[in-house]
Structures are given as structure tokens and as C-alpha cells.
Design a protein around this ligand. Structure first.
Ligand code: UT7
Length: 325
């Protein structure tokens, strides 16, 4: 029996030019390069220039993904953009990207699941493609978290950065077994009771302001490893694949210690773990496609490889996706 699969046919990323190092941060708040590297693995983060908005970063990442796929913007009939830092309260950032790419057909919308945004967006686009309603989707994660950071709070401002990543998904007929290219399994969860552990203290409806990010880092860390291990076990149980079948583990890039603890818990070989957090910090919804694009670009991820993704973030939200590249 054949089955329609969503195959990743291109990926791209973009990081703003301005790099902010740990040493520079140590001049702004009471911190040090040693503390940040030891606790998080982060060395640098990128900061969007004034006037450089989330949609601009997203458009550059999308252009790179289209170029690598050998496709034109007009080949795309769906854009799902994950962001917690949109250009405007409305319209959606996705429609701004659509316009910047010159696309005037199909649909574009934003999706809000904070750091899990890319896994949520990938899952959503996959359902559209599987249904046959759309043929080719741009799935984008793009953020300008520098705009919602409290630059006096050393507990959060050292962790986050700006960036964007994108993939092109194309509906293709598969055989319906695990040798198919494309998305094999996706798993999403949320639990809204944890709002106070990670949130932004403003919004159009509550305060009429944008607000700043607040986080109880230790608490988030504690939940992250367990929730991530659970949601990956779910993906293994649904497919019958195991850690040994995974060619590349591409986790949300929040903290090197969370990534390593999760990989250890699941017995994933450290050599298969893609880590880019050192270069850009936590870029929320952008981090997985940024890491995918980096590992594809340097020749690690190849056609046919099994790639495991996971993320956990504000809400809490969390999720996993197993794909064959
Ligand atoms: O994307 C999903 C959302 N976010 C995350 O996944 C982040 C999850 N959490 C984390 O990554 C870690 O909890 C942090 C990196 C945020 C913090 O690491 P930690 O090992 O949990 O440190 P801590 O919060 O327990 O703080 C230890 C000490 C504290 O000092 P005292 O109370 O022990 O004297 C903090 O005040 O480190 C202090 N501290 C800092 N020191 C230097 C906190 N931030 C800094 C800093 N520089 N930037």
C-alpha cells in the first residue's frame, strides 16, 4: 500500500551578522565566559540589527532552503512559520515572508509553541501534505529573542540569540514502510500548568506591552530531560526503530548539558549528536532547522539517513519527530 510522505528536499538557515561573545556579556552583567561555557556550552550568539526583523531572517533562511532544493518560490503552496517573536502582533510573520518571496497563492500562517515551535510546525505541515490539500511547504523557525530579553538578568540574557532555519517539505508517494524517505512519525505534547516557569511577562491582551522573558532555569532543566526522553521513547515505540537506528540526533539547542543528558538517557551515541548551541545560543523555534542545515551543509546528514528531532519549551510544550532524510 502506498502512502503519501512529507520529504525534506531542502534546508537553509540564516544568522544575523552581529556576534555577541561571552566576554562582551561579562562587561554587561555579572557573569563570565567560564560560567556560561560550563553551564550551557554557549560561546556566542547572534543579534539582529535594528530594523532587521524576524521575517527578514526567515526569508533569508527560506531562500537558502529553496535554492538547495532547486525550487522557485512559486513552487510553494504552504508556509508554516514558528515564532514567539513575530514582526507584528498581526498580521502573521508568515504572510510577510510569503510577500517577500513574491508568493501570491496558497496559504501562510504562524504557529506559536515557543522552543518546540519547529517540531509543531513540521507536524502541522506534514498533516496538510499527507491530506493532499497542499504539495510543497516551507516550514520555518525564526526568532529575534534579543528583543524580549531583560539585559540586566544574567540568568536569561546569556542564554538566547537570534536566527532562522527553514526546510522545504514535498509530498511524495512512498511504499508505506520505514524505508520510505520523509516524516515517519511525529509526537506532540503540552501542559499549560507550567506557565510561570518560562514565560514573557507581557502581551497585547494582558498588559498591552511586549514584555520580557522570565525563566526558572533550574526547574525547566529538571522537566526537560524527562519529558524529552519520554517523547522520544514514544517515537521509538510508534515506529519500532531504536536508538541504534538513528543516524543523527538533532535536538533543540538550548543547553549542551540538556542535550548530552537526553542522549545519555536514551543510549544515543555521542558521535551522532548534532550540537550547534555553542555558535548561536538558544534560538528557540529556529534552533532545530539551524542545526539540520548546518549538519546537511557540512556533509553529515545524507539522503536515506534516519534523523531524530526533539524540543521542549514554554507552556510547557514538547515534541519529537523521526524522519528519513
Ligand atoms: O529552550 C527551553 C528553555 N530553556 C532551557 O532549556 C533552559 C533550562 N535551564 C538551563 O539551561 C540551566 O538551568 C541554566 C543554564 C539556566 C542555569 O544553570 P544551573 O546549573 O541550573 O544554574 P542555577 O540556575 O542553579 O544557578 C547556579 C548559580 C546561582 O548562584 P547561587 O544561587 O548558587 O549563588 C546563580 O545565581 O549560578 C548563578 N548564575 C550565574 N552566574 C554567573 C545564574 N546565571 C549566571 C550567569 N553567570 N549568567
Amino acid at each position: 500500500m502506498t502512502l503519501r510522505r512529507s520529504v525534506i528536499v531542502g534546508c537553509g538557515h540564516y544568522l544575523p551578522q552581529r556576534v555577541l561573545s561571552n566576554a562582551e556579556l561579562a562587561k554587561m552583567v555579572d557573569t563570565s565566559d567560564e560560567w556560561i561555557v560550563e553551564r550551557t556550552g554557549i560561546h556566542n550568539r547572534h543579534i539582529a540589527a535594528e530594523g532587521e526583523n524576524t521575517s527578514h531572517l526567515a526569508t533569508k533562511a527560506a531562500e537558502m532552503a529553496l535554492d538547495r532544493a532547486g525550487l522557485k518560490p512559486s513552487d510553494i503552496d504552504l508556509i508554516v512559520l514558528a515564532t514567539a517573536t513575530p514582526d507584528y502582533t498581526f498580521p502573521s510573520t508568515a504572510t510577510q515572508v510569503q510577500a517577500a518571496l513574491g508568493i501570491t497563492h496558497g496559504a501562510a500562517f504562524d504557529l506559536q509553541a515557543v522552543c518546540s515551535g519547529f517540531v509543531y510546525a513540521l507536524t502541522t505541515a506534514d498533516k496538510f501534505l499527507q491530506s493532499g490539500s497542499h504539495k510543497r511547504a516551507l516550514v520555518i523557525g525564526a526568532e529575534t529573542f534579543s528583543r524580549i530579553l531583560d539585559w540586566d538578568d544574567r540568568g536569561t540574557c546569556v542564554l538566547f540569540g537570534d536566527g532562522a532555519g527553514a526546510v522545504v517539505l514535498e509530498a511524495q508517494e512512498g511504499k508505506g514502510d520505514l524505508t520510505d524517505r520523509g516524516i515517519l512519525s511525529t509526537h506532540l505534547r503540552s501542559d499549560g500548568r507550567h506557565v510561570e516557569k518560562l514565560y514573557v511577562d507581557g502581551g497585547p491582551s494582558s498588559t498591552k506591552t511586549t514584555g520580557l522573558l522570565r525563566m526558572e532555569g533550574k526547574e525547566v532543566f529538571r522537566y526537560a530531560v524527562n519529558y524529552l526522553a519520554e517523547i522520544i521513547e514514544e517515537a521509538f515505540a510508534a515506529t519500532g526503530l531504536t536508538a541504534a537506528d538513528v543516524d543523527w540526533f538533532v535536538p533543540h539547542q538550548a543547553n549542551r548539558r540538556i542535550i548530552e543528558a537526553t542522549a545519555r538517557k536514551l543510549s544515543i551515541d555521542p558521535a551522532k549528536v548534532v550540537v550547534t548551541v555553542q555558535n548561536h545560543g538558544n534560538t528557540s523555534a529556529a534552533s532545530i532547522p539551524l542545526a539540520l542545515s548546518t549538519a546537511y551543509g557540512d556533509g553529515r546528514i545524507k539522503q536515506g539517513d534516519v534523523v531524530l528531532m526533539e524540543a521542549m519549551g514554554g507552556g510547557f510544550t514538547w515534541g519529537s519527530a523521526l524522519i528519513r532524510w
